[in-house]
Design a protein around this ligand. Structure first.
Ligand SMILES: [Zn+2]
Length: 286
């Protein structure tokens, strides 16, 4: 979306809300976000109550957008800045909110992207602290200080698309084991360690700060399979170099953001991000 069209939708809080609401409610038809019943009573203050399960809700209840406490105008500005890959600190300045608020909102957007990926359910169930609650709220503290087991992702390229699949049976120690005992080549890129071809994957990726600190091993092999990949890898290199702190919880969010950006690189991602943000938070526990 170009800036002229963008300015029209962020003109005021009403225009911004109207733009977001059309992603939430097709043809303005409200239904209960819990049981999907259309038997709805209107209450005061824009709230509604379900005639079947008695759940009381507002227009954004149970949706990603209900996480992070910012206005509709701020959400749209945040999506625009995210589209342009503005770092979180600069977003906070531009939106006149605290760093923490900007961080939580941008994490919400990344959670929405992750939830729309093919292996979302596996990731949500495997990574501690990334779960979604029944209320549609989730943990937003995925800072780089959080510990745990660093997940490993395998890269599969299929024509113009790339899939970064979580491989739940592997962790960073396995990568070291493969390197030491089976001569799997490894190299580093910013805070990321990547490997040579492994089974059906053109590379394995793992967050590497602890990997380099714990084991006194250099990850500087040459001629890895993915180094010759023109598509995804040349796109990703700069992106990985910019990543700062990586934790077991935020690594999947970054990987899924990259997968999303790459697979939508020829599209306008602004309306896609707005739609993702307005979708209901899925219940992966069922
Ligand atoms: Zn209901």
């Amino acid at each position: 979306m170009d800036l002229q069209s963008f300015e029209k939708i962020v003109k005021n809080e009403n225009t911004a809300k109207k733009f977001l609401l059309h992603f939430c409610w097709k043809n303005h038809q409200r239904f209960c976000p819990k049981c999907r019943s259309r038997r709805i009573y209107t209450l005061q203050g824009g709230r509604r109550r379900c005639g079947r399960c008695a759940y009381t809700f507002h227009d954004f209840s149970q949706r990603f957008i209900n996480n992070g406490n910012i206005t509709c105008q701020q959400w749209l500005r945040l999506i625009k800045l995210f589209e342009l890959e503005v770092p979180t600190g600069r977003m906070a300045e531009q939106l006149s909110v605290s760093y923490n608020t900007a961080y939580k909102s941008v994490t919400t957007l990344r959670m929405a992207i992750l939830a729309h990926s093919l292996d979302a359910s596996l990731i949500i169930r495997s990574i501690e602290g990334l779960g979604f609650g029944k209320s549609g709220k989730f943990h937003l503290d995925v800072s780089s200080k959080v510990g745990g087991r660093m997940p490993v992702f395998g890269i599969v390229e299929r024509g113009p698309h790339v899939f970064a699949d979580l491989i739940p049976e592997l962790d960073e120690d396995n990568i070291v084991h493969f390197k030491m005992n089976f001569h799997l080549k490894t190299a580093s890129l910013g805070k990321i360690i990547y490997t040579d071809q492994f089974k059906q994957y053109s590379a394995l990726l793992v967050g590497g700060s602890r990997l380099s600190a714990t084991y006194n091993i250099k990850h500087a092999d040459k001629g890895l399979f993915i180094d010759s990949s023109k598509g995804f890898w040349s796109y990703s290199k700069e992106w990985f170099r910019r990543l700062k702190g990586i934790s077991p919880r935020n690594f999947p969010l970054y990987i899924k953001e990259l997968e999303f950006r790459y697979n939508h690189r020829t599209q306008d991602i602004f309306p896609i991000l707005a739609k993702y943000l307005c979708d209901l938070v899925p219940d992966f526990e069922d």
